[in-house]
Structure formats: structure tokens, C-alpha cells
Design a protein around this ligand. Structure first.
Ligand code: MGD
Ligand code: MGD
Ligand code: SF4
Ligand code: MO
Length: 752
């Protein structure tokens, strides 16, 4: 055996393939050395114009991910506790038989869908999801967005008129970066697609710029900063108002060229009057003179950025923080300016069809708590109760797509119990894990190296305009199915149709035709008024995601416009550039993106202004408990990469960080394990004493807790850790967006 293997290895050539890493928002270029169907070696692609050879440890782990024996290969149906491998036909037939009656009896909303984080990194899922969701017609759509950034999307929807345009830090050209609740040296950046954050921060400091970090933890990023200030979890809105107060109070407001594009300046000034630094200081734990000085520094800097991320979104005032951060960017003249925050112009952007849109908000509500819809989805924090409670609209069936809410959602114990009760559950996933063990049917997905890749979402959040297409590294074996095809079959199944032979082609063709039909009606489109079949003819050599992507690229801002701009971009052009294409730095373009009914930036929109009463009320009595916050580690990726030995080896990482003062008060030493309790549950974890956390704050990473029965994760089981979301509370949310509060959770701690 060894001999045979050995001979094969020496005789078959090594191929080198280039591919974007699909694991996080940074979109690094990988250089992958393969032999037959095996990965021999992975390194950073030095010729990638964006990442220039940079890789984090997860990039290398794609090798282990590709060969992980626990990755599911065949569709599976669960009968009681037993899983049977079945054919694709059997799997889809089971889904058809079980799902259709539920829909007929209870209506479309009875089928809930959860779209997990990797969905956004997946070309096939991104392009074919709209058709699937439209066909399903359910309002019970949930996603990782309400565990994460939906507050930022909502504030942009209201302030600028669309969540498709988020202001992105122009980090490479700024003089001053105030970073709040983000740790890009561990996370590799979020809502700021940029490989090699360490290098970019180093460059900022080398050109005389400054990084200031506000975080209740002295993170790896904070350690690189010129200044770090501890801030009490959940009080960022007070700090931000303190800065806004100072800008008005000290006459530092400078709207620059935005002067006549602003609505609500006076209202904002009036609103900030209640929050002078001298009043908010004791609540957020930052001295008043520091708040004033930071406001002055922001105003003084030629080019400055306020950037807030996870820590500012996943807390009680997520939407308010997201809003006030951009208010400061506007008041200091840094919105839509080089070196400030700008709106990217991605290659797949389509021309606006409507200049003015109503915010997509509160068009319907959840059944139990009446929580508002936000941007077409409902908060994950309400999923368990929507499953549990009988009555009209009750969720009876559940489809999880690339998601592990059993670990990642707040009060996950309750959600776990609820998932056990759904009448029928389908998962599209690569593992039998904490969530998918509850499914009745699991549809497995190809290895990341067996599918093509293009970061439609992240290039619209990138600090440069980038376009990089990667074909599959390995052909898809016949017995496997790509995710876009799985979605087509599911689309047919909810319609009670069987897809045979050419019917898949029919649905695929239908998808592109609908898209073209829509586009040629848009007066601002470069193909306005053209014939559907003429456009279709240009695309005739492609199918599936490639055809849709080619279409988006060609009607996009750099596109060839199907002949209208012959030297423009198309998928063929990208295929000729395997390392990717840099389409240039960001440029000011506020007038292209504003879609508010006033045609201006809404600085003080009533929905957000009214929420300030909640802030005033909440801060009257801040809890005196220890407050729990999260933590990311470079070698982790939410809940699903702990089955790769290269990422879990070494010391246990799922430990509770606690300040020595708090430890002393609780009579704890480093070897101790503690019982941590919150309203929703309790867990036992080892502690790690460190002055890197603010006194009164404790920190625990998420995505662990792999000790549940019925999973197939051999490596992760041995490094189980504990699930922090047993402690987070689904009843406590950011009231405006419904977003989960995963940071600033009151807990009590005792020695065990
Ligand atoms: N306490 C606490 N909780 C948190 C957070 C926190 O900071 N603290 N962070 C929150 C955030 S920001 C997020 S985004 C969520 C993430 O939470 P989820 O949306 O649940 O995502 P993951 O935990 O990444 O789980 C991904 C799932 O997709 C599967 N998967 C991986 N690759 C593929 C693929 O290519 N195709 C398919 N079909 N499936 C795949 C994995 O097996 C896994 O089941 O967690 C949230 N939860
Ligand atoms: N290695 C790794 N990389 C990842 C992920 C991962 O799990 N591991 N997940 C990916 C995902 S899904 C996302 S969304 C991004 C997130 O990327 P980031 O937004 O950079 O998220 P974190 O690293 O969690 O940093 C959030 C910071 O907020 C701080 N914080 C907590 N509460 C508060 C508060 O009330 N106020 C302030 N000011 N700060 C607070 C925390 O201490 C933490 O340092 O990372 C992505 N990249
Ligand atoms: S930072 Fe790491 S995980 Fe993220 S894209 Fe780059 S190599 Fe992949
Ligand atoms: Mo996230």
C-alpha cells in the first residue's frame, strides 16, 4: 500500500491552482499545489493584487478541510436515531413527501429557513437563493445577520436609503482610525474586506497615522494601537453621544462638501444636549477629558474614520451605535471622502432601478413577540418561540442552510429543545453537527475546492474595488451535487415537482431569464430596452452560477455591457486573470447611492431618534453584575472549524478571562473552574486571569460546546469546550433591529 502510494506520488505531476480563500471576509488568494485529487501544499498567492501572499492559519487549513473524513459525502435520512445514506432521488423524494403537506396544511410561513454565515461566502447559494426563497414564499426567514450586523444594515437603510451601501473605512489612506468593538487582528476584519490587517495597521502607523481602540478587552488589535481605552460593555452609545456633544459644543462640526446633503443637523444637535462627556463618563468608564480629546482629535485629523463592528452591533443599542458612528463620520466631514468612509463600487453592482425606496422595515411581525421584520427577515432570537407556540403561523418545518444555530444563537439550549420538536427538518451542510443532528434529511455539499468562487458580497464591502473569480480546483465527482443544484431541486420540491434530466436546465434557464427580463426594464441599465433572447445568446456557453455571474459582471459598472463597452469586464476577462483584478481605490460616490425619499442623508430619522428614550431609561440603573463579552481567535471560525486538528491543537482556548481584581474578590486562582450563571442557564469553564480584560468584565469565545450526543465530529469532540450561548439571552435584544445581544450579558460566577 505504502509502496503503491509512494510511486504514484513521485510519478504524477504537481499542479498549481489559484483560488480565493472562502473562510472569512478577507478574501485572501491561495496558491494550491495538488496531486491527483489531493492537496499537497497551500501557500499565499504572491501575485494576488489584494492579499499579495498574505494568509492566516485558517488559509492552510483548507487542506485538512478538503480531506476531513468526517465531512459528509452522501445524502442521509434519519429514521429514529439511525442515519441511512441514500441516493439524491430518495432524499428529494422524502423532502417532497414531508414538506408539501406541511405547507398545504399550515401555509408557507410554517417553513422556517436559517441561512448561516458560510452562505455569504458561497457563490452558488448566493445566486440561487433568491429564487428558492421566492418560491418558498415564507416570511419565516432567519439568518446570521440578526446575530451580527443587521443593525448596521438597518441604520444604512434609513440614513442612506439602502442596506446595499454600507460606508467602508478607507484604511489605506486615513490618518486616524477610531476602532470600536472590533478585533481585526483576530477576525481578519469585518464589513471592511481587506487581507492583512496587521500590515495595513502597521502602514497606518508608519505614515504617522493613529489607531485608537475602544474595547472592554485589551485585544491583540488594541495592543497594536497608539491608544486603547476600556469601555464598559453596552455603553458605546453614551460615548458616541459624548463625542457628538463635544463636536457641537466646541464648534468642531465641519460637514465639508456634504453641507447641502444633510437632513436633521439641528435635531441631532438638540438630541446630543443630554449627553455631555461630563455626564456619560462615569457610565461608560472613560474620563470626560478623554472623550473631549478624542472628539477634538477626530475633528483635527485631515482624514479620519470611526469604525464600529461586532462589539457595537451585538448589544442592547446596536442600531443606535451604528447610526451614531456614521453621524460622527458626517459631522467631521469624513463620510464619502478619501481616507474616511466611502461606498465601494463593486463589479457586480446593478444600476438603481428606483431612486427612492421606502425602508424595508416592520412590514410584518413575528407571531409571539410581534418583533418587526427587518430587511426581509426575522430575528433569530425569536426562532425558538416561533417553533414552540401552537397557533396560526407556527413554524412546523425547518431548513438550515450552512448554519449551526444550535451553537451560535442566544439561549441555544432552548433552541436545541425546539429543533427536536419540529415536524420536519432539512439541512444543507457539510457536517453532522450540533444543529444538523436534529435534521430528518441532510444534503451534503462539495468540498470548498470542488466549487467555483466569487465574493459577491464581500467585494461590495471591500476597501478597494476588487474582482476575483476562482474556478473549482477539482472537478465535482458525479455522485456529488453543488449547492446551486441542490437549491434548484429544493425549489422544485417545495412546488412538489421532481427534477429529471432537462428540468434542472429549465429551472436554471428560468432563473437567468427572469433576471434579464427585470434588467431590460430598468431605464438606468446599460441593456435597457434590449431583447431577452439577444442577451441570452451572449451567455449561451455558460450555465449555473457562472452564467449568472457573467451576466452581473457584464451589466455592472465596469462591464462590457454586451457589446456597448467592448473592452469592459466579463467572466472571460476574469478567467484570464487567475490572481484577480484590482479595479482601483474607492472614490466618493454619495450622489450615486442615496436613495432616501428626501434625497439627503438622514442624520436624525424619527425611528432612531425615538429609540433614544430607551437609552435614557436603561442607563438609569446599570446592572452591577459581571458583564460577559465574546472573543475571537485567529484559529477559529465561529462554530464549525474545530474538527480540523491543525486549528485545535495546543492549549485549551475556551477559557473565561477574568481580571485579577475580580478573581481575588471571588477567591479564585488560575487553576480554578467556575460556574457561570445567567438568566438562561449555567456552564462550567476554566478561568484565565488577565489584566487584559476590564475589571467587571469577563470574556468567553463562542462556537464551542461540541459534546452533544449524535454528532459526527471526532476531533471537535476531543476539544469540546463549552457553549457560551447557553448564557446569552434570547429575550434581551436591540429593540429596533431585533438583533441578538451577545455582548454585555449580566452573569454571576462562583468557584466549583
Ligand atoms: N456568543 C456569541 N455568539 C455568536 C457570535 C459571538 O460573537 N458570540 N457571533 C455571531 C456571528 S457574528 C455569526 S456570523 C454567527 C455564525 O453562526 P452560524 O450562522 O451558525 O455559522 P457557523 O457557526 O459558522 O456554522 C456554519 C455551518 O455551516 C456549515 N458549513 C460550512 N461550510 C459550508 C459550506 O460550504 N456549505 C454549506 N452548506 N454548509 C457549510 C458548517 O458545517 C456549520 O454547520 O454566530 C453568532 N454567534
Ligand atoms: N478567527 C476568526 N475570525 C472570524 C470569525 C471567527 O469566529 N474567528 N468570525 C467571523 C465573523 S462571522 C464576524 S461577524 C467577524 C467579526 O469581527 P470583529 O467585529 O472584529 O469581531 P470580534 O473579533 O468579535 O471583536 C469584537 C470586539 O468587541 C468587543 N466588545 C464586546 N462588547 C463590547 C461593547 O459593548 N463595546 C465595545 N466597544 N466593544 C465590545 C470584544 O471584546 C471584541 O474585542 O469575524 C469574522 N472572522
Ligand atoms: S484571513 Fe485567513 S481565513 Fe480569512 S480569507 Fe485570509 S486566509 Fe482565509
Ligand atoms: Mo458574523
Amino acid at each position: 500500500m505504502f509502496m503503491k502510494n509512494d510511486i504514484r506520488k513521485t510519478s504524477n505531476p504537481i499542479n498549481i491552482r489559484y483560488r480565493t480563500c472562502p473562510l472569512c471576509e478577507a478574501t485572501c488568494g491561495l496558491e494550491i499545489h495538488t496531486q491527483d485529487r489531493e492537496v499537497v501544499h497551500i501557500k499565499g498567492d504572491k501575485l494576488d493584487p489584494f492579499s499579495r501572499g498574505y494568509l492566516c492559519p485558517k488559509g492552510y487549513s483548507v487542506k485538512e478541510l478538503h480531506s476531513d473524513p468526517d465531512r459528509l459525502q452522501k445524502p442521509m435520512i434519519r429514521r429514529g436515531q439511525d442515519w441511512q445514506e441514500v441516493s439524491w432521488e430518495e432524499a428529494f423524494s422524502e423532502i417532497r413527501m414531508k414538506l408539501r403537506p406541511i405547507i398545504e396544511e399550515n401555509g408557507n410561513d410554517a417553513v422556517a429557513v436559517y441561512l448561516g454565515n458560510p452562505t455569504v461566502h458561497n457563490l452558488g447559494l448566493m445566486l440561487f437563493m433568491p429564487m428558492f426563497l421566492r418560491t418558498l414564499g415564507s416570511r419565516s426567514i432567519f439568518s446570521a445577520s440578526t446575530l451580527d450586523q443587521i443593525p448596521k444594515q438597518l441604520s444604512s437603510e434609513i440614513m442612506f436609503g439602502s442596506d446595499a451601501n454600507l460606508p467602508i473605512p478607507d484604511i489605506d489612506h486615513t490618518d486616524y482610525l477610531l476602532m470600536i468593538g472590533a478585533n481585526p487582528l483576530a477576525s481578519n476584519g469585518s464589513l471592511m474586506t481587506a487581507p492583512n490587517m496587521r500590515g495595513r495597521i502597521k502602514a497606518l502607523k508608519e505614515r504617522g497615522g493613529k489607531l485608537v481602540v475602544l474595547d472592554p478587552v485589551r485585544t491583540v488589535t488594541a495592543k497594536q494601537a497608539n491608544e486603547h481605552h476600556f469601555i464598559r460593555p453596552g455603553t458605546d452609545a453614551l460615548f458616541l453621544f459624548g463625542v457628538i456633544y463635544t463636536l457641537f459644543d466646541e464648534n468642531l462640526v465641519n460637514l465639508g462638501k456634504l453641507g447641502d446633503l444633510i437632513n436633521g443637523l439641528e435635531k441631532m444637535k438638540f438630541l446630543s444636549k443630554d449627553f455631555p462627556p461630563e455626564v456619560v463618563s462615569s457610565k461608560c468608564g472613560i474620563p470626560a477629558e478623554t472623550i473631549r480629546r478624542l472628539a477634538q482629535d477626530l475633528a483635527k485629523a485631515q482624514k479620519a474614520i470611526v469604525y464600529g463592528r461586532m462589539g457595537t452591533c451585538t448589544q442592547l443599542f446596536g442600531t443606535m451605535n451604528s447610526w451614531l458612528i456614521d453621524v460622527i463620520n458626517v459631522l467631521t466631514g469624513n463620510l464619502d471622502c478619501e481616507g474616511g468612509v466611502m461606498f465601494p463600487n463593486p463589479a457586480t453592482r446593478r444600476a438603481l432601478s428606483k431612486r427612492v425606496r421606502k425602508p424595508r422595515y416592520n412590514r410584518y411581525q413575528t407571531n409571539i413577540r410581534n418583533l418587526p421584520e427587518v430587511l426581509g427577515e426575522l430575528p433569530v432570537s425569536s426562532l425558538a418561540e416561533e417553533i414552540e407556540n401552537p397557533g396560526p403561523g407556527q413554524v412546523k418545518a425547518f431548513i438550515s442552510i450552512a448554519g449551526n444555530p444550535a451553537l451560535s444563537a442566544p439561549n441555544s439550549q432552548r433552541l436545541n429543545d425546539a429543533l427536536e420538536k419540529v415536524d420536519f427538518m432539512v439541512s444543507i451542510d457539510c457536517y453532522l453537527n450540533e444543529t444538523t443532528r436534529n435534521a430528518h434529511v441532510i444534503l451534503p455539499v462539495p468540498s470548498p475546492l470542488e466549487k467555483s468562487h466569487y465574493d459577491i458580497t464581500f467585494y461590495s464591502l471591500a476597501i478597494r474595488n476588487i474582482a476575483h473569480y476562482s474556478p473549482p480546483v477539482f472537478d465535482l465527482p458525479r455522485e456529488k451535487m453543488d449547492e446551486w443544484e441542490i437549491l434548484l431541486h429544493l425549489t422544485a420540491a417545495v412546488n412538489e415537482q421532481v427534477i429529471e434530466g432537462d428540468q434542472r436546465k429549465t429551472l436554471d434557464d428560468f432563473t437567468i431569464k427572469e433576471l434579464i427580463k427585470h434588467e431590460i426594464k430598468n431605464q438606468n441599465s446599460p441593456i435597457y430596452g434590449k431583447d431577452v433572447y439577444e442577451i441570452l445568446d451572449f451567455l449561451k456557453d455558460r450555465s449555473g452560477p457562472e452564467r449568472l455571474l457573467d451576466f452581473y459582471l457584464r451589466v455592472g459598472p465596469y462591464g462590457d455591457h454586451f457589446g456597448g463597452n467592448p473592452d469592459g469586464l466579463s467572466l472571460s476577462v476574469l478567467e484570464d486573470h487567475p490572481h484577480g483584478l484590482d479595479l482601483g481605490a474607492l472614490h466618493p460616490r454619495i450622489k450615486d447611492i442615496l436613495q432616501t425619499s428626501s434625497g439627503k442623508i438622514e442624520l436624525a430619522p424619527s425611528l432612531l431618534v425615538e429609540d433614544v428614550d430607551r437609552l435614557r431609561e436603561t442607563i438609569k440603573t446599570l446592572p452591577d453584575n459581571l458583564l460577559l463579552v465574546g472573543r475571537r481567535d485567529l484559529r477559529s471560525n465561529n462554530s464549525w472549524m474545530h474538527n480540523l486538528p491543525v486549528l485545535v491543537k495546543g492549549e485549551e482556548r475556551c477559557t473565561l478571562w477574568i481580571h485579577p481584581d475580580d478573581a481575588r474578590r471571588l477567591d479564585l486562582i488560575n487553576e480554578h473552574r467556575v460556574l457561570v450563571q445567567s438568566r438562561t442557564g449555567q456552564i462550567v469553564v476554566p478561568i484565565h486571569m488577565t489584566e487584559d480584560v476590564m475589571p467587571g468584565t469577563v470574556s468567553l469565545p463562542h462556537g464551542w460546546g461540541h459534546n452533544l450526543p449524535g454528532t459526527r465530529l471526532k476531533v471537535a469532540k476531543k476539544h469540546a469546550g463549552t457553549n457560551v450561548n447557553i448564557l446569552t439571552d434570547e429575550q434581551v435584544i436591540d429593540k429596533i433591529s431585533g438583533n441578538a445581544v451577545l455582548n454585555g450579558v449580566p452573569v454571576s460566577i462562583e468557584k466549583v
